[in-house]
Design a protein around this ligand. Sequence first.
Ligand SMILES: [Zn+2]
Length: 407
Amino acid sequence: MEKPQFDALRRPQAGGPQQAQGVTEDKTVIQDVDRVLQDAVEAGATDIHFEPLQESLNVRMRVKGALVQVRDFQEKVRTNVLNRLKVQSGMDITKNRIPQSGFLRKEFGERKIELYVYVMPSLYGESVVVKLQYKQSATLKLDELGLSPSTLTAYRKALGKSSGLFMITGPPGSGKRTTVYASILEVVRPDMLVMGFDPIVKYEVPGMIQGKPDDRAEFTFADAIQALLKQEPDIAYVGDITNEAEARATIQGAFAKRLVFGRMTANDAVNALQNLIDMGVAPFLLAASLAAVLNQRLLRRLCVHCRAPYPITEEIQKEVGLRLPPDGRFYRPVGCQNCGGTGHVGSVSIFEIYLPSEELNKMIVAKEPLQALRMRAQREGMTSLKVDGVLKALAGYCSLEEVLNSL
Ligand SMILES: [Zn+2]
């Protein structure tokens, strides 16, 4: 870690004009910033945080969910470091009091990485987050996502329809894109036209036309959805529905004979429906177009080498609030050499699927309360996120705490 060199600052300059020193510094800054980005890629980091503190610019990166210290830049080069990031990602460096976002593409050896840069003014200068997207060619399989056999069967049956709206929901970072692409790969045939729009293109599917809206360009995301649907794709994907115009355009698209996949942030499957209605989608349109809602969470997977089982006490039984097998076990993370002492390796997904029935559709049109809709869906066989999570915790994939915290 670099510490501010006060001595060096105080020492009178012996020879060499100030200007020359500035130039050297710039070059070093460029190299330093590049080095930070490269280190992050090599470590497989998902994001890098440049945090302005009172006397320095601290840099941390997120690796496997945890923030690790990278270095800290002296205050005198802080602006240069930030400007380097802003210039590279196409931002305006004359502005430093407004939030900005930018984008850059970099190649590190064989790997193509997309970097999304977000700037926010803060107390001691601009705070910058760089999100790294590692491009992957999608070879995902639906049956490798971790759907329980019954959910997988139900979802496959829904996908077998030739039209309808499929909503993939969950909080940010819950693996929604992965599910969308695996679903598309499940149904796509060579004679189909597949198109998608997403602010971040994470996977490349052969033959799929993928657009990316530019927030500084003239057209909006809702315009993009309409333009996409005019091209008459058999399968359309709309990444991140956040407002009325986007929701309406997406739903309209689901009325033609095509499959439409929408990705949206929502807590649970039934809430997702309410969100769409709150955005101004008419309940009868939603009822008429919806094919399924798949809601999910991404949890840390327990290391099988060190996870420690413990019996289910009455207290646990009460906390969970579900009937648990009396001889069942939950597992807690411990930490060993195989998992770098963290107790976790990789991830595991938990899901719930909402499949509309005639009765559920009637309830949506009648604007019945969410709770009634949820109870009815569960009576019809919807496995809630909690039940799926607890079953996976009993099987030792994840800890009970991780499941309960995610709900
Ligand atoms: Zn371990």
